[in-house]
Design a protein around this ligand. Structure first.
Ligand SMILES: Cc1cc2nc3c(=O)[nH]c(=O)nc-3n(C[C@H](O)[C@H](O)[C@H](O)COP(=O)(O)OP(=O)(O)OC[C@H]3O[C@@H](n4cnc5c(N)ncnc54)[C@H](O)[C@@H]3O)c2cc1C
Length: 413
């Protein structure tokens, strides 16, 4: 009997877990190697989901029920005075990174997932591929899947020319417990997707599963994401500098964000956002931020290594599609391998063509939605038509709603 083929999955976040579950589903041996030393479930924040994501999870045989997230059926836009200026009926299920992570991780045998394994090198030969880790361990497989995110080591080793490009803005984020809402505030905000559009900026707020992924009323969370232009040469390093004066690069662990930075963001929230939203920002215990990047890779399959999820393409979060894209990448990879009659090279080639087309189109779409925020760093006279701030009706309709577009995006050119 032929031995099962073995996949080495680098990165144990959502992309890596989808890959591992899908390859196990077609009979492969899979091991996930995650750099971080301990469970990742406390990480992350709210995520918007799509019908496609729920469908992929169901096709994997996992349960999608009401505990996966919180449904929101109305979107509203608030002006600086807190008045509702626009309203749109549209339904979306808001979940959280931790909820999807837990679902996928619990479906894998614990022995197939190893923490504290940081990939450093890759060797390929005619017989397969070897991953070499920082602790000296070597692991051999038939296929290596780089699901190691925006700063992918696999991509850096195999395609060093494909570098992330800073978009010129950051997302300030935070999570507040439902229990902190007064009854009046709750009635007005909690079960709606609320948006504010100060000039050149974008604030989005919506309910998500709460602590321990609880979706029961009273125990949910309220997620906010505020996109703000931030110069990459001066302002971003300043945000990433801790109280001892050390600059951590392009990100900083949230507890190390200086109190005066947090106080400044809260003061700017009071000055620019609807008062009821500024009040939510005010009582957020830990504000944190993520710099926004675009990444496009020229290839997703390189010999016996493939890139998947954010390691391959990062679309700005306005399409809310990172998790869905990673899920669809993983399913496509498994299906191509399954139907290739053992011809792995042919399967990887087909994976590369299909998912690269999808990735580049979704990156372009997300870039269009965020172009006006990026353009704030240019003098007004130099901004193009595409860099003007779109009307709220357009942003309310387009943000996070790619459902039908996925088919259009994947259609042949
Ligand atoms: C502000 C913001 C809002 C977002 N909102 C949404 C949303 O609403 N909906 C949505 O679908 N998506 C959203 N996303 C995107 C989503 O979070 C990502 O697309 C998704 O987490 C991608 O997962 P990934 O597994 O590809 O990469 P990551 O989650 O980045 O995981 C990579 C993993 O690889 C590990 N790793 C890295 N290097 C190594 C190494 N050398 N060896 C071993 N392990 C390594 C890391 O520790 C990490 O666990 C948002 C992103 C941002 C920044």
């Amino acid at each position: 009997m032929q031995r099962p083929r073995r996949a080495l999955v680098i990165g144990g976040s959502i992309g890596g877990l989808f890959a591992a579950n899908w390859l196990r589903a077609i009979g492969w041996d899979v091991t996930v190697f995650e750099r971080v030393g301990d469970d990742l479930a406390s990480r992350g924040a709210g995520i918007g989901t799509h019908e496609e994501l729920r469908a992929v999870i169901k096709r994997l045989g996992l349960t999608v029920d009401e505990t996966i997230g919180v449904w929101v059926h109305t979107r509203i836009c608030l002006d600086r005075e807190g008045r509702v200026t626009h309203e749109l009926a549209t339904s979306q299920l808001q979940s959280s990174w931790a909820r999807v992570y837990r679902l996928l991780k619990d479906a894998l045998p614990t022995t197939d997932y190893r923490f504290g394994m940081s990939l450093e090198q890759i060797e390929q030969d005619a017989g397969g591929i070897t991953a070499i880790f920082a602790n000296g361990t070597r692991e051999r497989g038939d296929l290596l899947i780089g699901a190691d995110g925006v700063r992918s080591t696999v991509r850096e080793l195999l395609l060093p020319e494909a570098q992330p490009r800073y978009a010129g803005y950051v997302a300030w984020r935070g999570l507040v417990d439902e229990a902190t809402f007064s009854p009046a505030e709750h009635a007005e905000l909690f079960e709606r997707y609320t948006m504010c559009f100060p000039e050149g900026e974008m604030m989005l707020c919506y309910p998500v599963p709460g602590r321990d992924n609880d979706t029961r009323p009273g125990r949910r969370g309220y997620n906010h994401i505020w996109y703000r232009p931030t110069d990459g040469r001066t302002a971003l390093p300043e945000l990433c500098t801790d109280a001892t004066g050390r600059c951590h690069g392009i990100s900083i662990p949230p507890p190390l964000i200086r109190p005066e930075v947090t106080a400044r963001i809260k003061a700017e929230a009071r000055a620019l956002l609807a008062p009821q939203i500024a009040a939510v920002v005010e009582r957020t215990e830990q504000l944190f931020f993520q710099a926004i990047f675009d990444i496009e890779t020229p290839r997703m399959a390189l010999g016996r290594a493939v890139l998947l999820g954010d390691a391959a393409f990062v679309a700005r979060p306005h399409v809310g599609a990172g998790v869905t894209k990673a899920a669809l990448d993983a399913e496509c990879l498994a299906r191509e391998i399954e139907t290739a009659n053992g011809d792995l090279d042919a399967a990887l080639g087909r994976y590369d063509r299909q998912r690269r087309l999808f990735g580049s189109r979704i990156v372009a779409r997300a870039r269009r939605l965020g172009a006006y925020i990026e353009a704030q760093l240019k003098p007004r006279a130099e901004r193009t038509e595409a860099e003007r701030q779109p009307p709220p009706e357009y942003l309310m309709r387009e943000i996070g709603t790619i459902t039908l577009d996925i088919r259009a995006l994947t259609a042949p050119e």
